[in-house]
Design a protein around this ligand. Structure first.
Ligand code: SF4
Ligand code: SF4
Length: 335
């Protein structure tokens, strides 16, 4: 079923929705850009549909709305601990097809990769509903078509602005609000069918043949280990633990988990001074092969969804899509 909304009608829907849900979407973050006095687009809570940025890709991914950058797991004193209270509201997120596929990748790691699901992830994930943002046109760095993530049926409703109205295809009418505020109309979501960038992910990769290939040294020389590619990636899930002791009473505190990056120094450090990947070239090799080789070996789908954010944010202009294509060339070379 489909509906058309005037901006005023959609805002009435939003006000009702916000009684039971926190509603997040890509918004303009004033002054938060990479350079001083520049803006960027990231995720934030919206109050009206005009807050949503439809015509740019968000610099950060939607994952921070349900997998926080910094999350308190419990508070402790000398002899007891307590979990933080959870906001009873659900979470509605506006996101694109590639990002919905990315949530599926996070689910694999956080819910299926071990004997029990991640308790804290599951608490927020269970509250999540998707509003699919139509993608009529590809952005410059996207390669979702190559990764097969340009289409999805996994959403409650879709949305696109058109001629001053908002068109929604609805699969799950949350609280009956779409039917209450919209006018019925046939709507089909629009998907990207072609990107400027095509990526050839090498199939049947022989690890022993490319493990010492010079491309890793080349990327190792260029990468400055800033970790931006990880923090902007919708599929990266690594975190580290921090125990914070309060200054006014050092016997009390809280344990937090904080996003981590496999590209920065110290990520693989272990007791006794051991470290698995000291060289930056080893870290690049690990990241690339994790995204387009070993995740698929384990879960049957590639980890990378082709959103292109890592290309957009890298200060060294390292292109992940180009890197994967170079890997494909290297695989042919050594055959
Ligand atoms: S590796 Fe890059 S292109 Fe692939 S999902 Fe992560 S940020 Fe997007
Ligand atoms: S964003 Fe670029 S420079 Fe920074 S860690 Fe990633 S690949 Fe290296």
């Amino acid at each position: 079923m489909g509906f058309v909304f005037s901006p005023a009608a959609f805002n009435l829907l939003l006000q009702e929705l916000k009684k039971d849900f926190k509603v997040y979407a890509p918004v303009l973050l004033k002054g938060k850009g990479r350079f001083s006095d520049t803006d960027t687009v990231g995720y934030g809570e919206i109050n009206k549909i005009e807050d949503v940025v439809f015509d740019s890709k968000s610099y950060f991914s939607p994952k921070e709305t349900f997998y926080p950058i910094n999350q308190t797991l419990f508070y402790f004193t000398e002899d007891e601990y307590r979990e933080p209270k959870i906001d009873p509201k659900g979470i509605v997120v506006f996101l694109r097809s590639c990002d919905i596929h990315a949530v599926q990748r996070l689910d694999k790691i956080m819910l299926e990769n071990g004997p029990a699901p991640d308790y804290y992830y599951k608490q927020l994930r269970d509250k999540l509903k998707f509003i699919l943002m139509d993608c009529p046109l590809s952005f410059d760095s996207c390669f979702c078509v190559s990764m097969g993530t340009n289409r999805t049926d996994n959403y409650s409703a879709s949305i696109r602005p058109e001629n001053g109205s908002y068109l929604c295809h609805v699969q799950e009418d949350i609280n009956g609000l779409f039917a209450s505020f919209g006018q019925p109309q046939e709507v089909t979501p629009l998907y990207v069918t072609e990107n400027k960038i095509t990526v050839n992910v090498p199939a049947n990769l022989d690890l022993s043949a490319i493990i010492d290939h010079p491309i890793w040294q080349e990327y190792g020389r260029r990468c400055v280990s800033c970790g931006r590619c990880n923090t902007s990636c919708p599929t990266c899930s690594c975190f580290t633990m921090q125990d914070i002791f309060y200054q006014d009473n050092p016997k009390c505190g809280e344990r937090r988990r904080v996003w981590a990056s496999c590209q920065i120094d110290g990520f693989t450090d272990m007791a006794g001074g051991h470290s698995f990947r000291r060289e930056q070239s080893q870290r690049m090799r690990f990241k690339v092969l994790h995204k387009v080789y070993d995740f698929k070996e384990r879960f049957g789908i590639h980890m990378c969804v082709g959103c292109g954010r890592c290309d957009d944010v890298c200060p060294e202009y390292i292109s992940f899509s180009r890197c994967v294509n170079k890997l494909a060339e290297a695989v042919q070379e050594v055959k």
